[in-house]
Design a protein around this ligand. Structure first.
Ligand code: UD1
Length: 351
C-alpha cells in the first residue's frame, strides 16, 4: 500500500508525526508532500526535526496569499504530484487550505481520499476552517473521526457509512513527546517563569487578529490578567499588531516567539493556565490537565468544555476572571482516545 500525506501548516506536522512512524513500523510506503503554506522555520522545520518526521518528498513552496490564491496554487501543483505518485490513499489532515486543495485535486483524479480529523464542526460559517472541513468531509472517501461527537456530526450529514472513529493522533504524539522529549527546567529558564506561576497564550485566528477593535480588546484583556502571560506570537499576530500600531508587550503580557513542540508541551504542562484561540492547544491543555480559556464564541472540542477544563470567553474582563479560576476536579476521562490513534488509522486504510 502506498499512502501520500499532504501537509502544510503547523498543526498538520504534529498530526503527521505519529502517522509517519506507524507507516515506517509497518513497512507501508509513505510519500510526504509539504505545500509550503507555513514556511517560517519555527512553524515548519523544527517540527520535522524534533518529531523525527522524514523530510518531505515533495515541497510545493506555495507560501502565503489570499484564500483563493493560496488554495488555487496548491490545487494546480497537486495535480502533477498525484499523477506522478498515484498513491492508493491520499491522506489529508485537519482543516487548512492545504487540506482542501489536496482533496479537490485527488478526487478529480479519481484517487481515494482519507480525511484525518473528520467531522469537526464549529457551525460558524465565517471561519475558513469550517468551509475547508465541511467540503473535505463531503468529498472524501474515508472519514477518520477523532471522537463520537464528530461521528454524530457526520451521521447527521449522511456520511456515517464512510466514517470510522479512530481517536485523535495528537494524543499519540503528545504522550510520546511528554514522556521522551520534554526538558522542564530548560523550558522554564527559556521563558523566564516558574512552575505554576504563568499562563501560556496563543492568538492567531483571523476572527481575533484581523478586526482592529477586537484585536485591541484581546491584547488589553491579556495584559490585565493577574499573573504573567507568555504570548507565543504567531507571525500573523505580529504583522496585524504592527499594522495597527499595537504594542503586544505590557502589563502582564510578555511576547515570545512560537515554541518547538516539545518546549510547548513542557510549557503547557507547567503553566497554571492556557489562553488561546487554537483548536489543538485546547485539547493539549486538557490532555495535560491545564485549565484552558478559549477566546472564541464556539469550539469544535466541546468535550473539553463539558468536562470543565475549558471555558469560552469574549475579549474583555471575562478573560481575566477565567484565567485566574482554580483548576476543576480531576478527571480520568479520555474523549480523544488512548494514544493509539495512528495504528487505528493504518488499520482503516489497509481494510
Ligand atoms: C493556518 C490555518 C489554520 C491553522 C493555522 C495554524 C487556514 C485557512 N488556516 O492559519 O486553520 O490553525 O494555520 O497556525 O489554512 N505567515 C508567516 N510565516 C509562515 C506562515 C504564515 O509569516 O510561515 C503569516 C503571513 O503573513 C500569512 C499569515 O501568517 O499571510 C497567515 O498564514 P496562513 O498560512 O494563511 O494562515 P494561518 O493564520 O497560519
Amino acid at each position: 500500500m502506498k499512502v501520500l500525506s499532504v501537509v502544510g501548516a503547523r498543526p498538520q506536522f504534529v498530526k503527521l508525526a505519529p502517522v509517519a512512524r506507524e507507516c515506517a513500523s509497518r513497512g507501508v510506503e509513505h510519500v510526504i508532500v509539504h505545500t509550503g503554506q507555513h514556511y517560517d522555520p519555527m512553524l515548519s522545520d523544527v517540527f520535522f526535526r524534533d518529531l523525527g518526521i522524514p523530510d518531505p518528498d515533495v515541497h510545493l513552496g506555495v507560501g502565503s496569499g489570499s484564500h483563493g490564491v493560496q488554495t488555487g496554487a496548491m490545487l494546480a501543483a497537486m495535480d502533477e504530484v498525484l499523477t506522478t505518485h498515484r498513491p492508493d490513499w491520499v491522506l489529508v489532515y485537519g482543516d487548512t487550505n492545504s487540506t482542501l486543495a489536496a482533496t479537490l485535486s485527488a478526487v478529480k483524479l479519481h484517487l481515494r481520499v482519507a480525511h484525518l480529523e473528520a467531522g469537526l464542526r464549529s457551525f460558524n460559517r465565517r471561519m475558513p476552517e469550517e468551509h475547508n472541513r465541511v467540503l473535505t468531509d463531503h468529498a472524501a472517501d474515508l472519514l477518520l473521526a477523532p471522537t463520537q461527537v464528530a461521528l454524530e456530526h457526520l451521521t447527521r450529514e449522511g456520511l456515517a457509512e464512510r466514517t470510522v472513529v479512530v481517536g485523535d493522533v495528537m494524543i499519540d504524539v503528545l504522550h510520546r513527546v511528554r514522556d521522551e522529549l520534554v526538558d522542564p527546567a530548560g523550558v522554564l529558564a527559556e521563558l523566564g517563569q516558574s512552575a505554576g506561576g504563568f499562563s501560556v497564550a496563543t492568538i492567531h485566528r483571523a476572527e481575533n487578529t484581523d478586526d482592529p477593535q477586537r484585536l485591541a480588546a484581546v491584547v488589553t484583556a491579556l495584559q490585565e490578567v493577574d499573573h504573567a502571560v507568555v504570548l507565543l506570537a504567531h507571525p500573523r499576530l505580529r504583522a496585524r499588531a504592527a499594522e495597527q500600531g499595537l504594542d503586544l508587550d505590557g502589563g502582564s503580557l510578555h511576547t515570545h516567539d512560537p515554541l518547538p513542540y516539545p518546549a510547548l508541551v513542557g510549557a503547557v504542562s507547567q503553566a497554571r493556565g492556557v489562553i488561546t484561540d487554537s483548536g489543538g492547544l485546547q485539547k493539549e491543555a486538557f490532555a495535560l490537565r491545564t485549565p484552558c480559556t478559549t477566546v472564541r464564541t464556539e469550539t469544535e472540542w466541546v468535550e473539553t468544555v463539558q468536562l470543565g477544563w475549558n471555558v469560552l470567553v469574549e475579549p474583555g474582563p471575562h478573560v481575566r476572571e477565567a484565567a485566574s479560576r482554580p483548576a476543576p476536579k480531576p478527571t480520568d476521562a479520555a474523549p480523544y482516545g488512548d494514544g493509539h490513534a495512528a495504528a487505528a488509522v493504518l488499520d482503516a486504510l489497509l481494510r
